[in-house]
Every structure is written in structure tokens, then in C-alpha cells.
Write a protein that binds this ligand. Structure first.
Ligand code: ADP
Length: 544
């Protein structure tokens, strides 16, 4: 029999310090200068922080500790110190409203909140509503009764022994980003996060090595920055943390030699012009990890062909720590035509080792398993050692978990014979017209192939005859936005563009041009807000 060796985050930090102690963590500060130190220096500060937290008497093992912070070295220290003392790291989404945050902080029962200097003013405005017992400011100028983080560290002892009761102890709490409905909490354990770290670090998944320089652009409050703070340090990679607002990503990549960067598609769409017109040398950048939403195939192609950067879709959920699938071409695909390669790359990828996917159809007595042939569309269900079995503080229901132990992802998808999964839509975003389903994602993907379209979102709007009809909302490219083409011309052009690809009833009846599509707190298209905006604009029009 083997040793009963606990799988905890302390093992990750200890390994990083002993084996990769000279590796660096570099943070872009608000004044656009750098803070940079080694894993060894980070380790020493994490131990001091652990001491300070334990001695504060406010925190007991199992207590939740909030962070309201950007991607910085201090936040990274909290990522290790809080779980290291047996408490629960709870990164708060800085873009939520006061009402949402108050609910979340109260539900979590956060004992202390660590607040980043860049968000201090914003936090003060929410503070009364949130009602947290104690606040620690990550900038040095805190006024009593608040505490300054650096002061706390300087007063603390440097020696500390990790205090994690066992591998199944909770280490972190993240709330879903709330794209469909209110955010729900997911409680991770040391074991689940350790196993997720091992899984994503495999060569055919994130594939990080000690030669990499890894930059999570994904905020550290979004699904634990997709596990990168743990994965990068276990691999021994250098880490670049972009703070709250990097002014120029091309400069940041060029100056720090980033090799792998991770973020949602809207970020990559936004910075593409900057990267493609750059003067800086960004040749170190080898891979983008993209998730949270489907990356338009045209953008994948642009990055790969024009910038020589490999783009890999990662699909996952906060409920899955978050990684479920990863998309890379197989060896057998290397001789395919470019068009075939882009078609495969547009999929969300194959389940990573340790994750099981199931394509299911609900029947009167449970779920029927659907075939993996790339065509049949079904409800996507998942199970793995790093998938939630329930939500925090909510009794599990069959809306989210099946009686035989699978998570119902809320996504509908196809899976092909090779195991590549493709998201067809979120179940709630599927448009039901005359009893048939229309995929908003497929229409958006096609619209984005049109040279005049910069952004596209398709939503279902109520229709007396058909139940629902698709409505396309587009943002035009800057050149087209100033052209004097009429809306009718544009609608005709875009309809003609869609017709060869889709059945007639899929073609949206209406096309609306807007300046910007609203985004959620983590940069996804916010279709709920878009629907509200359009409805209120139409009501206003009718009234006037
Ligand atoms: P929320 O559901 O509130 O947005 P998450 O940020 O955890 O919370 O999002 C998980 C969902 O995001 C998935 O169920 C899926 O709909 C979508 N998603 C995640 N990654 C991808 C991807 N690579 N492609 C398409 N959709 C994705």
C-alpha cells in the first residue's frame, strides 16, 4: 500500500520554493513600473502573512477571508497564505454591484477583506452595505481601525508550520460570474485544486514548463484565475501579473517575455489591433489560453496566421475549478487543410484526463446517453475530482445535479468521435422558434466572418407566431461604422451572408447596429443586459 500523502496547496508552494526558488513573479504596478521578486521572497512573505493571520485571532480554521484585488504579487501571497492556515480564500468580483457583493459577502461570512489600493475608493463606497468585520489595505496608507498589509507583514514572525487539517479541507470559495442569473458559490478543497493543478499541467493541456513566462489576464476573482497561480508555480514558470489596468499589453509582453497568456475572447479581440500593429517584439508569445466564452474562429485564425501565436480553447466552469476540456490539434490533424484545422480549433476541445463528459437527453425516467458523432446535440454533463457536487449554502437540486452524480453544465453541445466537444449554446440562450432550436453561437460565429462586423450577439425576442425569433445585434468595424450605408442595406447584406449556411427559419428578421455590446463582470457578452437595453429603447420609441 502507498503512503497516505495529503494533496494540499502547501505542497505546491514548498516544491516551488525548494526546486524553483530563483523563479520570478513580476507585477505591473498602477504607475506602469514593475515590482519583481523571486519565489523564495514570495515564500518568506507568505509565511509571515500566515503568522499574522493566525495571530490576529479573528480567523479560525475554516473561516472565509475575502480579497477585493487585482492581479498582483500581494494577491498571489494571499492565494497561498489563506489556505495555508486552513482558512478559505474568497476572491471577490470587483465588478459586481454593491447589492450583489453584500449578498455574497454575507452568505460567505467573510471575516476579513483584503482590499487593493486601486479599488480602495470603490470599496469605501460599498463598505457600509457589505458590512465586513475587518479590512486590511494592500497599500501602506491604511488608517485605523483598518490595517495596512505591509505593516502586518513587517511585524510578523517569519517561521510558520502549515496548518491544513486534511486534503479534503476547503481552500477556496469562488462565485460563478452570473451570466445567467445570480452568482452561486463553489467551495474547492485542497485535494480538488491539487488534482486540477496536476491535470492542467500535462503536456497536452496548458503544458506549462519551467521555461515559460505565464501571464493570467483573467482576473484572480474569476474561477481562481483558471488555476494558473497554482499551475504556474508547480511548473516553476515565471509569472507576470498585469495589475488592474495594463496600458499597453504589447509593451508588457515584450518587456517581460510572456510565453503563455490566458484571458476571455473579448480581451483578445480588443488587443488584436494593438498586437498586430505593434513595433514591439512579441515573438516570445507562443500560446493563448482562451475560455469563458467561444473565441470566434476568425480571431483564432488571425492570431495563428498573422501573429504566429497558437490559440487553445479551454472550456470550463467555476463549478469545475474550472477546466474541463482543452483544444489542441492532434498529430493526425497536421496534414489537414487550413480550413479543416480552423474548424477543429473552433471547438472547445477534448476532455482533459480526469474529466468525464456525457451528452444526455432528459427522458421520463432519467437521462439517455447520446452518441458522440459530432452532430447529435445534447445536454452536457460532467464529473471529475475537481467538479462541485453542490453549491455553497444551497441544497442541491436536480436542476443542477443528476441523481447519479453528474453536474448539469447548463450548456448544450455536440461531441465528435475523437472526443472534441463543441458548445452549441447555453441551454438558456438557445432560441426556440416554432418548436425548433436555433443556436445563437452559430449565428454569431458566422456574422463575425463578415468583414463589416466587429462584434455580434444574437438573442431571442418574443414573437406571437413563432414563440421566439432571433434578433442580431452587431457592432460594425470602425470603417463601416462611418460609411453612409442604410440599416436596410446592412440587413440585406448580412442576411445574404447567412443564407448559404443556415436553414431559412434561422435567419434573424432584424439586425440592429449598436456602438457596443454590454459585457458582464468578467468580459463576456451580457445578453440579459442587452435584452433590457433594447426593450427599454423600444418602449421609449413607442412612447415618443
Ligand atoms: P457563468 O456561467 O456565470 O458565466 P462561469 O464564468 O463559470 O460562470 O462560466 C461557465 C460557462 O461559460 C460555461 O458553462 C460555458 O457556457 C461558458 N464557457 C466557458 N468556457 C467556454 C469556451 N471555451 N467556449 C464557450 N463557452 C465557454
Amino acid at each position: 500500500m502507498m503512503m497516505n500523502y495529503p494533496l494540499t496547496l502547501a505542497q505546491i508552494l514548498e516544491h516551488a520554493r525548494h526546486i524553483h526558488g530563483s523563479k520570478r513573479v513580476t507585477t505591473l504596478l498602477p504607475d506602469q513600473t514593475f515590482h519583481s521578486y523571486t519565489y523564495t521572497a514570495l515564500y518568506e512573505r507568505v509565511k509571515r502573512l500566515a503568522n499574522a493571520l493566525t495571530q490576529s485571532d479573528v480567523i479560525q480554521p475554516g473561516d472565509r477571508v475575502g480579497t477585493y484585488a487585482s492581479n498582483t504579487y500581494q494577491h498571489l501571497e494571499l492565494y497561498y497564505a489563506i489556505p495555508g492556515i486552513g482558512a478559505v480564500l474568497h476572491p471577490l468580483n470587483v465588478r459586481l454591484t454593491a447589492v450583489q457583493l453584500a449578498r455574497i459577502v454575507q452568505e460567505a461570512g467573510d471575516k476579513i477583506i483584503f482590499v487593493d489600493g486601486v479599488y480602495a475608493e470603490q470599496f469605501e463606497a460599498l463598505r457600509e452595505k457589505i458590512g465586513c468585520e475587518q479590512v486590511v489595505h494592500l497599500n501602506p496608507s491604511a488608517m485605523p481601525p483598518d490595517v495596512a498589509y505591509e505593516h502586518l507583514l513587517s511585524e510578523a514572525e517569519p517561521a510558520y508550520s502549515w496548518d491544513i487539517p486534511d486534503e479534503n479541507w476547503a481552500m477556496g470559495l469562488c462565485y460563478t460570474s452570473g451570466t445567467q442569473g445570480e452568482p452561486r458559490g463553489v467551495l474547492y478543497t485542497h485535494r480538488s485544486m491539487f488534482l486540477h493543478t496536476l491535470a492542467v499541467n500535462q503536456a497536452d493541456v496548458f503544458g506549462l514548463t519551467e521555461a515559460d513566462v505565464v501571464m493570467p489576464l483573467v482576473p484572480m476573482f474569476h474561477a481562481m484565475a483558471w488555476g494558473l497561480p497554482y499551475a504556474a508555480m508547480f511548473a516553476g514558470a515565471d509569472i507576470v501579473l498585469p495589475g488592474a489596468k495594463p496600458l499597453c499589453l504589447a509593451d508588457l509582453i515584450a518587456e517581460t517575455g510572456v510565453t503563455v497568456a490566458a484571458g476571455v475572447p473579448t480581451i483578445w479581440a480588443k488587443v488584436y489591433p494593438e498586437l498586430s500593429e505593434r513595433r514591439q517584439d512579441i515573438s516570445t508569445l507562443r500560446r493563448l489560453i482562451v475560455g469563458g466564452e467561444a473565441m470566434p474562429p476568425t480571431l483564432i485564425e488571425a492570431y495563428e496566421k498573422n501573429l504566429g501565436v497558437e490559440v487553445c480553447h479551454a472550456w470550463g466552469m467555476t463549478e469545475m475549478s474550472p477546466t474541463g476540456t482543452f483544444s489542441k490539434l492532434r498529430e493526425a490533424h497536421q496534414n489537414l487543410s487550413d480550413a479543416e484545422k480552423w474548424r477543429i480549433k473552433a471547438k472547445q476541445g477534448r476532455p482533459i484526463p480526469g474529466v468525464e463528459l456525457r451528452l444526455a437527453a432528459e427522458t421520463s425516467n432519467g437521462f439517455a446517453k447520446l452518441p458522440w458523432n459530432g452532430e447529435v446535440v445534447g445536454e452536457l454533463q460532467v464529473r471529475s475530482p475537481w467538479t462541485a457536487s453542490r453549491y455553497y449554502n444551497i441544497q442541491p437540486t436536480t436542476e443542477h445535479f443528476t441523481p447519479d452524480g453528474w453536474l448539469r453544465t447548463g450548456d448544450v453541445a455536440t461531441i465528435d468521435v475523437e472526443g472534441y466537444m463543441q458548445i452549441v449554446d447555453r441551454a438558456k440562450a438557445l432560441i426556440r422558434s416554432g418548436g425548433e432550436s436555433i443556436s445563437s453561437v452559430a449565428l454569431e460565429t458566422s456574422l463575425l466572418k463578415h468583414p463589416s462586423v466587429h462584434e455580434a450577439a444574437v438573442i431571442g425576442v418574443p414573437d406571437e407566431k413563432w414563440g421566439e425569433r432571433p434578433l442580431a445585434v452587431v457592432v460594425l468595424t470602425p470603417v463601416d461604422a462611418v460609411s453612409n450605408r442604410t440599416d436596410t442595406d446592412l440587413a440585406i447584406t448580412l442576411k445574404q451572408h447567412l443564407v448559404p449556411e443556415f436553414p431559412k427559419f434561422w435567419i434573424p428578421d432584424r439586425f440592429i447596429v449598436v456602438d457596443e455590446i454590454p459585457k458582464t463582470s468578467v468580459g463576456k457578452f451580457d445578453k440579459q443586459a442587452l435584452r433590457k437595453q433594447l426593450l427599454s429603447a423600444e418602449t421609449k420609441e413607442k412612447l415618443s
